[in-house]
Ligand binder design. Structure first.
Ligand code: ASP
Length: 310
């Protein structure tokens, strides 16, 4: 059964700084929110849309995910991603994956082709190879040259990408992907790979988080938002703000995006901003980075340039 309601939000990180130009990241989000709009309008599944949008952000090099990932203390990139289908409650995730361009696509296959939720490290890479993903021969130079990073830009580690959607069939889905935090210990896994912490979808809401992963894990941030709707009767905005208050009590900051089964959207952060875009059946597509201000998205052909932008 298809209704007329649909909703979509996507984001980069919540570590934006006033005075910086996030034009390229915004242009990418603008193009993607319009692409997602077209797909949801024509009846595509929320799960397919969030996977495609997250994968496009991974591939852009404009965020700390996929091609733009942050090297750990050994100068190596390890990728984490997860996604969840609200209708079936099925979920898939990978952590510390090396050698593959789109961890969110591997996470989807983990969900569909294994009895497991989370595969890590070598096991995740072997699964990806066995499932037909093409490894990147020279992974170190596919991701950005660690020497090209400005550590001060990355130490706050806010660059994760994510998307949440409600489709016209009434189903919710969420996806989150990160290239970790700059200078982390090898093997460190944040919230982005953990269902319930950085990613959640059920019959009520879909959530994708960004920020200091350790604090989001200790807050069970993404699933706590859903619990607050169900058990505390909070509305979406209050639930999102309460979750971020818990996150800051656990010692972190960041943001989240969520859509509800009634097509409400929240894009909340306790930082100076978050690169983000949204659209729904009754709200035009909008995009923004700093502060609460959003501008209307325009249908332009956007050239995508894989350059640092945060
Ligand atoms: N939450 C991510 C992590 O801790 C980082 C981020 O959102 O930028 O790995």
């Amino acid at each position: 059964m298809t209704g007329e309601r649909w909703a979509l939000a996507l984001r980069g990180g919540a570590g934006v700084e006033k005075g910086r130009d996030y034009g390229r990241a915004e242009a990418l989000l603008e193009g993607l929110v319009l692409m997602g709009t077209d797909r949801l309008k024509r009846g595509d599944l929320a799960l397919d849309v969030v996977e495609a949008l997250t994968s496009a952000m991974e591939d852009s090099g404009l965020f700390v995910a996929g091609r733009g990932s942050a090297p750990n203390r050994l100068g190596r990139v390890e990728l984490d991603a997860s996604l969840m289908c609200g209708r079936s409650r099925r979920a898939g995730a990978v952590a510390s994956l090396r050698g593959y361009p789109s961890p969110v696509r591997v996470a989807r296959r983990v969900m569909e082709k294994t009895p497991h939720v989370l595969l890590v490290g070598q096991g995740a890479a072997e699964f990806a190879l066995g499932d037909g993903f093409d490894p990147i021969g020279d992974f170190a130079s596919w991701t950005r040259d660690p020497d090209g990073f400005e550590p001060e830009d990355l130490t706050d580690g806010h660059g994760t990408v994510g998307a949440v959607a409600l489709d016209r069939g009434g189903h919710l889905a969420a996806a989150t992907s990160t290239g970790g935090t700059y200078g982390a210990l090898p093997g460190r896994v944040g919230d982005s790979a953990l269902i319930g912490a950085g990613c959640w979808a059920d019959g009520d809401v879909a959530v994708s988080c960004t920020g200091e992963g350790e604090a989001f894990i200790k807050a069970s941030a993404a699933s706590d938002l859903s619990a607050r709707l169900r058990y505390a009767g909070q509305d979406l905005r209050d639930a999102a703000n309460s979750v971020l208050e818990t996150v800051s009590r656990r010692g972190g900051d960041g943001g989240l995006i969520a859509v509800s089964k009634s097509a409400e959207i929240i894009m909340a952060f306790n930082t100076d901003g978050m690169k983000r875009a949204s659209a729904s059946w009754n709200q035009p597509a909008r995009v923004g980075s700093i502060g609460q201000q959003l501008r209307l998205a325009e249908r332009l052909v956007i050239p995508i340039s894989p350059q640092p932008d945060w």
